[in-house]
Write a protein that binds this ligand. Structure first.
Ligand SMILES: [Zn+2]
Length: 123
């Protein structure tokens, strides 16, 4: 089944922040923390045709890595704390930023794929 061309798409930023359907804005995009639902429960948009792959993870590695590395370098050069302070700060911060931003980035990529009709299985 081919989805109709969207008459009004939801802003990608809204989809990313709220996890709503990119077509109707009412259904849920995610079935779990990071797993996409098979389809929208309201409008029936098939989410299986979206393939965000590792795109979100690739961006997050660069963004989180730059943030954490910059903060660690700043702390080391300004305060020179013991090594365990770095371990206690940067490991949890890296995990929190990665998990927190993964859902947002995945939602954004799905919304952009929908907006630009860049889905698999469509000719
Ligand atoms: Zn929907």
């Amino acid at each position: 089944m081919v989805d109709p061309i969207p008459s009004a798409t939801i802003a990608p930023g809204r989809v990313a922040l709220t996890g709503c359907c990119p077509r109707c804005g009412k259904g849920r995009l995610f079935a779990g923390v990071l797993r996409l639902a098979p389809r929208c429960s309201v409008c029936g948009l098939d989410y299986d045709t979206f393939n965000v792959g590792d795109g979100a993870a690739s961006f997050l590695i660069l963004i989180v890595g730059a943030i954490v590395t910059g903060l660690a370098m700043w702390l080391e050069l300004s305060r020179s704390p013991p090594w365990y302070v770095h371990a206690l700060l940067w490991v949890p911060l890296s995990l929190a930023l990665t998990l927190g931003l993964s859902r947002i980035a995945k939602g954004l990529l799905v919304a952009l794929e929908y907006r630009h009709e860049a889905r698999q299985g469509r000719l």
